[in-house]
Design a protein around this ligand. Structure first.
Ligand code: AMP
Length: 284
């Protein structure tokens, strides 16, 4: 039987409660999310529970990581369902701050993200990772976890956070957990709720293209640019409306691989209607 999930809304409450929970000597695991939870998020909670005696999830739709014209206003908010899912997954604490708790009047500091933030997502969402780094560092400072859990679904984000934590000497381990997919292969995402039935079928082109590229690499194709051009074409042929990038990169630096060597990571970002989808896979 899981403990009753403790819901806290302020930084003071979070710190006070964690002070008490930490006295038991347990490790604290942190799982930051923007809510609209699905099995992908819950896999991070499970990973935290396997490693840590206390699991803290956070739900905060962080305004500073959305640019003008992105989906901040319509981002799905499903708080009651989220609380039920966290309770049944066995999270101990959930921190759900209001925007002014995290960004009070006069707030003006932000993190300049590490170099690995500049390519791929950084080329299309230039302010995104500064917002991500700022909120993640604030959440790390608030919970001071032993371990923080992120999904490979946001591959570049995990690289950025790993580099930030190392560069700024934050004393937490960063764990990156595998992508959870639907049965048909679509990577779970809160933004999948925006897709209608036809768009959802088109969205499958992303994971199909990744699978095709992985097979090509495994069967010895070395020409990165050829594969990247073919991936882009497959996405368009599959019905996506535009492709931001279809890239084959070094798994740590995210430098484009002109000549493919493994391990490599294949990363895609494409638009289906007004929904922007990302997916990736590592080829060993
Ligand atoms: P989000 O709520 O979209 O900001 O995601 C919160 C965390 O859940 C991030 O670390 C994501 O990478 C992770 N996540 C989102 N979708 C998935 C998925 N399908 N599988 C595994 N982790 C995921």
């Amino acid at each position: 039987m899981n403990r009753q999930l403790l819901v806290v809304n302020t930084l003071v409450e979070l710190r006070e409660n964690l002070k008490t929970l930490r006295k038991s000597g347990h490790k604290v695991g942190l799982v930051p999310t923007m809510g609209a939870l699905h099995r992908g998020h819950l896999s991070l909670v499970s990973a935290s529970k396997r490693e840590c005696g206390v699991t803290v999830a956070t739900i905060f739709v962080n305004p500073t990581q959305f640019a003008e014209g992105e989906d901040l206003g319509k981002y799905p908010r499903t708080l009651d369902a989220d609380l039920e899912l966290l309770q049944s997954a066995g999270a101990d604490v959930v921190f759900i701050p209001e925007a002014d708790e995290m960004y009070p009047d006069g707030f003006s500091t932000s993190i300049q993200p590490p170099d690995v933030a500049q390519k791929l997502e950084g080329e299309f969402r230039s302010t995104h990772f500064s917002g991500v780094c700022t909120i993640v560092l604030k959440l790390l400072n608030a919970a001071v976890p032993d371990v923080a859990f992120f999904g490979q679904k946001d591959y570049q984000q995990a690289c950025v956070i790993g580099a930030m934590v190392q560069d700024l000497n934050f004393p937490a381990e960063i764990r990156v957990c595998p992508i959870v997919r639907d049965e048909d292969g679509l990577a779970l995402s809160s933004r999948n709720r925006y897709l209608d039935d036809d768009q959802r079928k088109i969205a499958l082109t992303l994971c199909e293209t990744l699978r095709w590229a992985a097979e090509e690499i495994e069967s010895g194709e070395l020409d990165g640019h050829l594969l990247m051009a073919e991936m882009r074409q497959q996405l368009i042929d599959g019905g996506v409306d535009s492709v931001d990038y279809a890239a084959i990169c070094h798994p740590n630096t995210l430098e484009i691989l002109d000549t493919i060597e493994t391990p490599a990571v294949v990363l895609l970002a494409a638009h289906v209607g007004t929904t922007r989808l990302i997916d990736n896979c590592v080829v060993e």
